[in-house]
Ligand binder design. Sequence first.
Ligand code: FMN
Ligand code: SF4
Length: 444
Amino acid sequence: MTRIVTQHLIVTQHFGNEQAKQLAVYEQLGGYAALRKAVSLTPQQIIEEVIASNLTGRGGAGFPAGKKWSFIPKDAETVYLVVNADEGEPGTFKDRWLMYWDPHRLIEGACIAAYAIRAHRFYIYIRGELVRELRVLEQAVAEAYERGYLGPSMAGSGWAMDAVVHRGAGAYICGEETSLLNSLEGKRGYPRLKPPYPALRGLFDQPTVVNNVETLMNVPTILERGGHWFADLGFPGDGGTRAVALSGHVKSPGIHEVPVGTNLRSIIFEQGGGMRESGKPLKAVIPGGSSMPILSAAEIDVPYAFQAMLKSEQIREVEQAPGIKFRWGAGGTLRSMPGSGAVTVIEEGTCMVALCARIMRFYAHESCGQCTPCREGSGWLAQVCTRLARGAGRRGDVDLLQRVAGQIGGNTICALGDAVTWPMLAFLTKFRGEFEAKEAGAAP
Ligand SMILES: Cc1cc2nc3c(=O)[nH]c(=O)nc-3n(C[C@H](O)[C@H](O)[C@H](O)COP(=O)(O)O)c2cc1C
Ligand code: SF4
């Protein structure tokens, strides 16, 4: 893995240092100082610092972390924090490395966040396939108990804190926060209708915050250096850095931590070293995991930040079926987003119909089946896209894709419905010619 070292490294600063996963070494490197500071503050002071930092969720939706914590009722008796380490979005591979290289940073961040929302227990829900990372985490949790950062008196504060590492069973849908909560409770991993949101009724019906691994790993640095320092490092309304998981037809794939708002082109051509040696130019980029609308090569001169990409005039609006408005985005329109921080680089010569079909098959396979539009719609999109890609399409298939896709997003229990609609419509908006060419070659 290649990485360009900058002075802004936060969550990847211990990458490559095998020793840093030992508690004693982590402490020597300054670890757990933020937790000791945190317990000298009130929970409200911590929440205010995190609000000032403009830390947004790194799991995909970009919701402000401090604001989410502030929704927990102050008089709640039992509160939980759940760390989402399920990492299933295609293209995304940052959390597994963050946990592998720096497990104590996650534990420290989770302890601070749990204390801020007045929880005495947090769960780490880790994707079942990540066996190596599970072992690293379990070892780190055991060390933290031994050293007194976890247990009856967290860092000598008198505040009890427990951590439970729970292994998922490899279902993508269990990364969706309410499905994750059901799975953690031992039930089938079906997403719940919202509202009520987890902040009011979450795990075991108690107020709960669910945060992504990377989100929480930023928290110790926010307490050490201050919320304003963190906010200034990033982009207006979107503080800090992103651990970008760069993959595809690029010279230096891997995790590249960059300040939020770094130009997407420079992430690919400077951090990532540009296109691989095939000699083929850039064709397209999936900017934030496979559910995020794809960008053409002409649309990548944008700051890698949520609001910036949602509103950027550089990015073409995704065309939807008439009369249907997206739930997210500015005024019911949709451009794109950095999502889970996974940037997939695609070179000329790639068949966009085949690529889209591959993505649709993934979502059709992973749909939990509760909602008809998602269950049936994703299946049909996968089938029609696949037959087009294989040269066995039928006349009218492209219009069919547009109509079906437009009726899924916004009409389902969870955002997997959007994760089907958005890429499908974006592929049709940006690369419709390729779909039509496939259809034109189709049998009547
Ligand atoms: C289908 C689906 C899968 C998801 N998978 C993940 C995941 O693997 N990891 C993650 O952190 N968030 C995932 N999310 C987002 C979570 O529901 C939730 O928004 C996130 O964990 C909140 O943490 P954050 O605010 O720190 O980003 C997924 C959402 C959906 C709709
Ligand atoms: S949108 Fe899809 S994945 Fe989500 S609850 Fe409905 S059927 Fe399940």
